[in-house]
Design a protein around this ligand. Structure first.
Ligand SMILES: [Zn+2]
Length: 149
């Protein structure tokens, strides 16, 4: 078996941040790492699921909406993948920060919170999602993000 790209990253040295995971033609996959791996602190499923609903919606309504291919959680519960067409790192970082701020300020029901729209709509928790988004935004604001692992 060929080892996939994401297994080639040394997760013992990986910190919270935003990284380019891989580039396939005009599609860039960003690693939005909310948590330092294997430290016992993970996103709960309901927080992660809520962030997925919020960030996917806000990113797909941002000024790079037409270039967003996918936003979704990592099974290890430490972050998300964001796939963008014709990506510009500065623009992506700006859109991610803006979507985080919108998610933090989100009022009312979470987008897609119904049996018709989601496969497990009872597993959504805005409060914990907001706390995780606040922590991650603080990480991005405190770093000189160069997108390299
Ligand atoms: Zn859902």
């Amino acid at each position: 078996m060929n080892k996939i790209e994401s297994f080639k990253v040394d997760h013992t040295k990986l910190k919270e941040g935003i990284y380019i995971s891989r580039i396939d033609g005009d599609i860039t996959t960003y690693d939005l790492r909310f948590k330092k791996p294997n430290m016992g602190d993970y996103l709960s499923n309901s927080a992660m699921h809520t962030i997925e609903h919020l960030m996917a919606t806000y990113l797909r309504n941002s000024d790079m909406a037409d270039d967003v291919i996918y936003f979704g959680p990592m099974g290890c519960q430490t972050g998300f993948y964001l796939l963008v067409r014709n990506a510009d790192n500065g623009r992506v970082l700006k859109s991610v920060k803006s979507a985080l701020k919108s998610s933090i300020g989100h009022k009312g029901e979470v987008f897609g919170c119904s049996e018709v729209e989601c496969g497990n709509y009872r597993s959504l928790d805005l409060k914990s999602a907001v706390i995780e988004c606040e922590k991650y935004l603080a990480v991005l604001d405190s770093r000189n993000n160069n997108f390299m692992y």
